[in-house]
Each structure stands twice: as C-alpha cells, then as structure tokens.
Write a protein that binds this ligand. Structure first.
Ligand code: ATP
Length: 278
C-alpha cells in the first residue's frame, strides 16, 4: 500500500551533506493544469473510458461524478499513472505524462491520493502517520518534519492532535489525518476517491469546509471522485459527469443543476431524492 501513497517523488533521500532542512526537491506546491485528450481504456471486452476529453485548470477544485461503474476511478488512476490508456494522452502542465521523459525534463508533478478507506496505520499516532513519508524517504531533518506535521494538522483543523492514536479517531478525523498526510508531500495535485464514503452528512459538511479552506492556504489542484452530489456541488469550481464511459456534461455546479441532458437530470434527481425519476 505504501508505494501507492508516495507516487511522484521517487528516490529522494535526505543526505547529511544537504545544508538546508529538506532535500531541494521538497519545494512549495505549485498547482498544475491537466488536459485529457481522447482517452480510451478497455478491460477485455469492456470499453470503460470512451474518448474522454477534459481540461482542469491549475488551482481548480474539480469533481467527477456519475453512476457506479462508469469509469470515474479508472479515470483518476490514469491521471496518477496507475493505469495506462489504450489510446489518448494526458498532459500535466503541458507534459505528456505517458511519454518518454527527456533527460532535461522539468521536475515531475507531485501528487497524492486520499483513499476511501483513509488507509492510515492504526498502530501509529496521528503525527507519525502524517510524518511517515517524510521520515521514510528522509526528505527533511527531524526538526523540520515536526514543524511540517504541526502545520499540516493545523490546515485540516487538527492542531495539537499529534499524539492521539489513530485507532481513537472518528471517521471524519481519520479522513482529515489522511488529507494532512497527503499534504505533507507538498503535492501539486491531490486526488480524492470518494472522500465522504461512510461519513454522515454533518461530518461530510465539515470535510467539505476543510477541503475548501485548503484553497486559501495552498496552491493546489484538487480532483475529487464522488457519488455525494451535495459534497461535490458545495466545494467544486467545476464538475464533470461521466455516463457510460463518456463525459456528458462539464460546468459549474449551477450549470450542472440547470443541465437539460436527461441523464444528468436523472442522476441529480435520483441521488438527491433517492428515488427513480420517470
Ligand atoms: N483493473 C481492472 N480490470 C478489469 N476491470 C476493471 C478494472 N478496473 C476497473 N474495472 C471495471 O471498469 C468499470 C469501471 O470501474 P470504476 O471503478 O472506474 O467505476 P466507478 O465509476 O469509479 O464506480 P464506483 O462509483 O462504484 O466506484 C467497472 O466495470 C470495473 O469493474
């Protein structure tokens, strides 16, 4: 699992001869733009992604919604190179992420994924979970790591909770620790897979506020896959809806709500009312 959490920053080892507190690559996040061009992916006979095209702007909070099994997570996995497309390309800040890298390539974007399950280590404290990657990869010295942990916990509203055991936390707190752990990587891009799964509506609202507040503090692009329309509409700058492997609508939450596309209307109606529209 750990490998899945630490993409985009391979092989960085803090050497004693570094004069700074951290390796030079551990720079401030920059927020990246993402362009998806004609992406296609099949598993056997199942054509999951069909000619997907998307533009996500740097610094945007962008949600991907749609019925179960329509390819939302598969799309997310392409953006972090966990899955390769059959055809089509993805550009991050203009660089084709599946192309061979030239020797003089600019630094790779850093990304981090917040999983549905939070994927925390229960035997560790909150602070140890947040600082795990920095320590494991020896990115910074110990003093700086402690300050990073404090700062990232403050950003998610968990100031001073370093010493709590992860097993003592509520579901909402676990999600916030998982976000703080992702933020410890200074990601340019953070991806959330069903962040409100298993949370009650009040806790989901709190989480939405946390994610929204991050925008004020950090230059970061956020991509969220969610079934939870209230959550997605509340915090997103724009939303795309996937239906049967195709993007059928992209726009602001207000534009989606006003969409005349029958599949969008039906999805919004059924997910907010819990019953099937005629
Ligand atoms: N590695 C894989 N091998 C075979 N089929 C896969 C693989 N990954 C995903 N699929 C299939 O692709 C389809 C889309 O899956 P995906 O997880 O993207 O759906 P989703 O829209 O995220 O659904 P949900 O909202 O339920 O998570 C599903 O039918 C799934 O079974």
């Amino acid at each position: 699992m750990w490998d899945k959490l630490v993409h985009g920053f391979p092989g960085s080892v803090f050497e004693e001869e570094h004069r700074g507190e951290c390796v030079p690559e551990y720079s401030e996040p920059r927020g990246v733009d993402i362009r998806v061009e004609n992406l296609n992916k099949s598993f056997g006979d199942l054509h999951v992604l069909k000619d997907i095209c998307l533009d996500i702007k740097a610094g945007e909070t962008f949600s991907i919604i749609g019925p179960s099994g329509t390819g939302k997570s598969v799309l997310l996995k392409h953006i972090v190179k966990l899955v390769k497309p059959d055809s089509g390309r993805i550009f991050i800040d203009g660089h084709d992420i599946f192309a061979e890298k030239p020797k003089d390539a600019a630094r790779e974007y850093r990304y981090s994924m917040v999983f549905q399950t939070s994927a925390l280590f229960n035997s560790l404290t909150v602070g140890e979970n947040v600082g795990l990657w920095l320590r494991e990869k020896r990115i910074c010295n110990e003093g700086r790591i402690r300050r990073v942990i404090r700062e990232k916990l403050r950003l998610v509203g968990l100031e001073g909770k370093e010493d709590m055991m992860t097993s003592e936390l509520s579901g909402g707190m676990k999600k916030r620790v998982a976000i703080a752990r992702s933020l410890a990587m200074n990601p340019d891009l953070i991806l959330y897979d069903e962040p409100t799964a298993e949370l009650d509506p009040v806790t989901s609202d709190e989480l939405a506020r946390v994610v929204m507040n991050l925008k004020e503090d950090i230059s970061l692009t956020s991509v969220i896959v969610s079934h939870d329309l209230n959550f997605a509409f509340h915090l997103s700058d724009r939303v795309a809806m996937i239906h049967d492997g195709r993007i059928i609508e992209v726009g602001t939450p207000a534009e989606l709500k006003a969409s005349e596309n029958p599949n969008v209307k039906k999805f919004i109606y059924t997910t907010t009312k819990g019953i099937t529209g005629s």
